[in-house]
Design a protein around this ligand. Structure first.
Ligand SMILES: NC(=O)C1=CN([C@@H]2O[C@H](COP(=O)(O)OP(=O)(O)OC[C@H]3O[C@@H](n4cnc5c(N)ncnc54)[C@H](OP(=O)(O)O)[C@@H]3O)[C@@H](O)[C@H]2O)C=CC1
Ligand SMILES: O=CCCC(=O)O
Length: 293
């Protein structure tokens, strides 16, 4: 199967490499074109523009940073829309809001093409290992055509119906994840500042009802102050912001998510946006007193 792949950041690079490893023919494009070379070394071809990739490939996948990037790659000059049409499919796996997805879907359908949104749960390592969870919605025929690729990229795919449902599900999941990361950070800080060992707290958490892979993976590196980015904090804050907007639209009160968003915003303002999202711990550590009053 031949696919185009637009966006070779942390996730896109791992996903495109995985497709190549499994025998897919892949034509890649990235805004910073030099980043394509690593994939060329693995057997990829390069398209000079998103339009060139879509012209060449029946199916094109995108994995881009945010709504503005997702829209730019479709609607701007040399974008996807210039070459999409009858018989071609576009699959956007970026995390965006439902309105962005709907706008892209409408434009592609108007040109005769098919569109699926398919954001993913799972980070850099699951992307490398083909263990993502795919949250797809939109054109069911295109979804079915993409199953061989989804089977390589993920351990499970959900088809959630109409466009927007994939985006919304992804935002709900990441809203929960961001709030959990804040709770863990506050807990580590509270343990530390009240004379307990944060490492012992991690050991206790891991044996009880709230044990989870995220605490287990991120906890030890947080205690070392090591935030090599798997999921950049700026993207987590974007997801909190979009999830809160979804809450606004639906009159859902989300005070926990709102407080967590403030912590991620603060972290961004301190220049931590390109670090892993667990770097929010630095903000919550900083917020605690240096001792008892
Ligand atoms: N990292 C993770 O753990 C996960 C991330 N996600 C989501 O996947 C998406 C990608 O994440 P990730 O790979 O981590 O992000 P990165 O920041 O590593 O990569 C972002 C990609 O988007 C491209 N890009 C940014 N702005 C534009 C633009 N205006 N026009 C064209 N291309 C642009 C970048 O190009 P360039 O190289 O030129 O900067 C790069 O290829 C995001 O939506 C994120 O929320 C989902 C699940 C997990
Ligand atoms: O959007 C990023 C999600 C990261 C994860 O699921 O571990």
């Amino acid at each position: 199967m031949e696919v185009g792949f637009l966006g070779l950041g942390i996730m896109g690079k791992a996903m495109a490499a995985n497709l190549l490893r499994h025998g897919f023919r892949v034509t890649v494009w990235n805004r910073t074109l030099a980043k394509c070379q690593e994939l060329v070394a693995l057997g990829a071809a390069v398209g000079e523009t998103p339009a060139a990739v879509v012209a060449k490939c029946r199916y094109t996948i995108a994995m881009l940073s945010d709504p503005s990037a997702a829209l730019s790659v479709v609607f701007d000059k040399d974008g996807v829309l210039e070459q999409i049409g009858e018989g071609k499919g576009y699959v956007d796996m970026s995390t965006v809001d439902a309105a962005t997805s709907c706008k892209i879907s409408e434009a592609i359908k108007q040109k005769g093409g098919a569109f699926v949104e398919a954001p993913v749960s799972g980070s850099k390592k699951p992307a490398e290992d083909g263990q993502l969870v795919i949250l797809a919605a939109g054109d069911k025929v295109l979804y079915d055509d993409m199953v061989p690729a989804f089977d390589v990229l993920g351990k499970k795919s959900f088809f959630l119906g109409e466009i927007g449902n994939g985006a919304k599900m992804k935002l709900v999941v990441n809203m929960i994840m961001g709030s959990m990361m804040n709770a863990l950070s506050e807990g580590l800080s509270l343990a530390d500042n009240s004379g307990l060992s944060p490492q012992t707290l991690l050991d206790v958490l891991d044996l009880g009802a709230i044990a989870n892979p995220m605490f287990k993976l991120k906890g030890p590196s947080m205690l070392q102050g090591s935030y090599n980015p798997a999921f950049p904090l700026k993207h987590q804050q974007k997801d909190m912001r979009l999830a809160l907007a979804l809450g606004d639209e639906n009159a859902v009160s989300m005070p926990v998510a709102a407080a967590s968003n403030e912590a991620f915003k603060k972290a961004r303002s301190l220049g931590l946006g390109d670090l892993d999202f667990s770097a929010v711990y630095e903000v919550l550590k900083g917020a605690s007193g240096s001792g008892k009053a």
